[in-house]
Design a protein around this ligand. Structure first.
Ligand SMILES: [Zn+2]
Ligand SMILES: [Zn+2]
Length: 382
């Protein structure tokens, strides 16, 4: 494919997005910037305010055919940027450390390409999805009436992947990215004078048992695949040497390759808390947050990406294991045949969510090409 989109202009857009990052649920200026940029390509339809600050840019053909969704994410992270290039983040403590600025740039390049080489059949929906990092955006988009009207048949997305050669397409059948879930545990006892702990109910022992039992939970002989529980926060009472503590709080993140294992982790976490609270006479509360299902790919769609990589000599490889991180694109693959795949960011590139990370502009072109070829592959299937 010859250079059919204006790469230089797309790189400039990427740098503007990088300089002006916004957190989940606050992608107002980003949405405005994207919408204004996309208008120049005269899409058939431009829908704003999907699932919050989301935007859908649609190119329709006059022929009957499938409705193919390509999705990127829009939000940045609460991380202070450590880079000092001239387009560094202008927002203190906020920056694009997951490369969503690059994902948006690829989608904008795709809009440029579809404006010049319009779809021959059906329609292409370029979705800019808000609030990926907090796990809210995909669900909100899917429940939005404006989105439902687009009647999606297939859904694809990519995530840039440090640790792999630049521009390489990373494929995985079945689970691509893990399920994850945050757990918040509260224990309630009774404070007393530190000189008379026997007059109170301290959650100290129950708390330390729960921390230990949750951490070792994946070793139990009941899971089918990889699982991990990481205790991320714990607090007991207050800093007061005269007081025996009356409450405690524990937070943990659970991860698994399969949704079935996540269900077992959830049930086991509940019973561990319940048993320990009961044994130590404590009241308790357990709740869950930031839930991401496992991203499970459709087998045929993975094959379609593989075939799409061939005409452009894009290198591809199959990953032996799913990624341990999660992606809320999982909600799309639960609903439509589709797939999430990786795009290598360079073997020695800083990892996602690291302070020195920056999306490599050198992989934009491959991102645009692979999406365009996936569309061709889907619509030209016999
Ligand atoms: Zn991220
Ligand atoms: Zn991300």
């Amino acid at each position: 494919m010859e250079q059919l989109f204006d790469l230089q202009k797309i790189i400039e857009l990427r740098h503007e997005l990088h300089q002006n990052p916004e957190l989940s649920d606050s992608e107002f200026i980003t949405a405005e910037r994207i919408a204004n940029f996309l208008i120049q390509y005269n899409p058939t339809q431009l829908i704003r305010g999907i699932g919050g600050n989301g935007i859908a840019c649609i190119f329709k053909s006059n022929e009957e055919g499938p409705s193919v969704l390509f999705r990127c994410d829009m939000d940045a992270l609460p991380i202070e940027e450590e880079n000092d290039f001239e387009y560094r983040s202008k927002e203190k403590g906020v920056s694009h450390k997951c490369g969503h600025d690059g994902h948006m740039a690829i989608m904008a390049g795709l809009a440029d390409l579809f404006s010049k080489k319009p779809p021959e059949k059906g329609q292409v929906v370029l979705l800019f999805q808000p609030s990926e990092e907090n796990g809210q955006g995909a669900r909100r988009v899917l429940n939005d009436e404006k989105f439902k009207e687009l009647k999606i048949d297939y859904a694809f997305a990519l995530h840039n992947s440090p640790g792999f050669p630049e521009g390489e397409i990373l494929l995985k059948k079945e689970t691509f990215a893990s399920a994850s879930k945050g757990v918040i545990i509260k224990l309630f006892g009774k404070t007393s004078h530190a000189a008379e702990p026997e007059n109170g109910i301290s959650p100290a022992i129950a708390m330390s048992n729960i921390v230990k039992e949750l951490t070792f939970l994946p070793n139990e002989n009941r899971f089918s695949d990889f699982n991990i529980v990481t205790v991320v926060y714990a607090r007991l009472g207050e800093i007061a040497f005269g007081t025996s503590p009356g409450n405690a709080e524990i937070m943990a993140t659970m991860r698994s390759y399969s949704n079935e294992d996540m269900q077992i982790l959830t049930e086991r976490a509940q019973s561990i808390v319940k048993e320990n609270a009961f044994r130590h006479n404590l009241e308790f509360d357990i709740s869950f947050t930031e839930e991401f299902p496992a991203t499970v790919n459709d087998e045929q769609c993975v094959k379609d990406i593989e075939v799409a990589s061939e005409p452009n000599d894009l290198k591809h490889r199959y990953l032996p294991e799913p990624f341990h991180w999660s992606e809320d694109f999982a909600h799309f693959t639960q609903k439509f045949p589709g797939a999430l795949f990786g795009l290598g960011s360079g073997e020695n590139h800083p990892q996602l969510h690291n302070q020195d990370y920056d999306f490599p502009d050198s992989i934009i072109e491959n991102g645009v090409k692979i999406f365009y070829e996936i569309y061709s592959q889907i619509v030209n299937k016999p």
